[in-house]
Write a protein that binds this ligand. Structure first.
Ligand SMILES: C[S@@+](CC[C@H](N)C(=O)[O-])C[C@H]1O[C@@H](n2cnc3c(N)ncnc32)[C@H](O)[C@@H]1O
Length: 207
């Protein structure tokens, strides 16, 4: 599957920078899925938690409309500087990305309700349920929330945890919340480390 999603030179360079910095860049297949999802809804406004060195951001921007803006949050200024360089190398004007330094759960509450088409969470797994609540507030009806690194926890959600692991427990919890919420259309994509996605449904007309 990795061979099918092709990286060009800018993506390879961003991923290699991320691997050197140990920021766990998204895989090519995971990135291609993010691009697909952003393109499928004509995304103009996307929030990302976990900028890293820019890999997922490039994939998202390639799926988003022209003139759209990616807002990306990370706690590491060095990573964000590498990401800024990666976006530039990939041909995106500086105005296409708003980089915010800080913890996602401190930054997201300051963003506008219902103003975003897509929220991608790729950081702080132990807080995934809190990020879901924030994402549902930020998304417009028809918008998509996506959590990375969900595969193992979401597919093994009933078994015992082998060790106390708040990250795995939280991913299981968010997988359950997404599946049980009648206002969400859930999907677990077994791609890369696993993408747990959900569409926030538009309210239906009565009847
Ligand atoms: C898996 S990496 C993100 C990789 C990135 N999406 C990519 O494809 O290159 C996780 C990132 O989250 C950042 N991070 C960790 N805790 C965070 C938090 N509470 N809020 C925002 N970013 C955080 C780390 O500094 C790291 O860059």
């Amino acid at each position: 599957m990795e061979q099918y999603a092709v990286e060009d030179a800018s993506l390879t360079s961003a991923r290699e920078a991320g691997q050197r910095a140990e920021s766990s860049p998204v895989s090519a297949s995971g990135g291609a899925a993010l691009r697909f999802l952003a393109a499928s809804i004509g995304a103009r406004s996307v929030v990302e938690v976990g900028t890293g060195c820019g890999s997922s951001g490039i994939w998202l921007l390639r799926g988003m409309r022209d003139e759209s803006v990616l807002t990306s949050v990370d706690i590491e200024p060095e990573y964000q500087e590498l990401a800024r360089a990666a976006y530039r190398r990939a041909g995106f004007a500086a105005g296409r990305v708003r980089l915010i330094l800080g913890r996602g759960l401190h930054v997201l509450p300051r963003l506008t309700d219902g103003a975003y088409d897509m929220v991608f969470v790729d950081a702080e797994q132990a807080a995934y349920p809190a990020y879901l609540a924030e994402a549902l507030r930020l998304l417009r009806p028809g918008g998509i929330v996506v959590f990375n690194n969900a595969l193992e926890a979401a597919t093994n959600s009933d078994g015992p945890l082998s060790a106390p692991d708040p990250g795995t427990a939280a991913v299981r919890e968010v997988a359950r919340l997404v599946r049980d919420d009648e206002d969400l259309v859930p999907l677990l994509l077994p791609i890369g480390e696993g993408l747990l996605a959900a569409i926030r449904e538009a309210p239906r007309d009565g009847g």
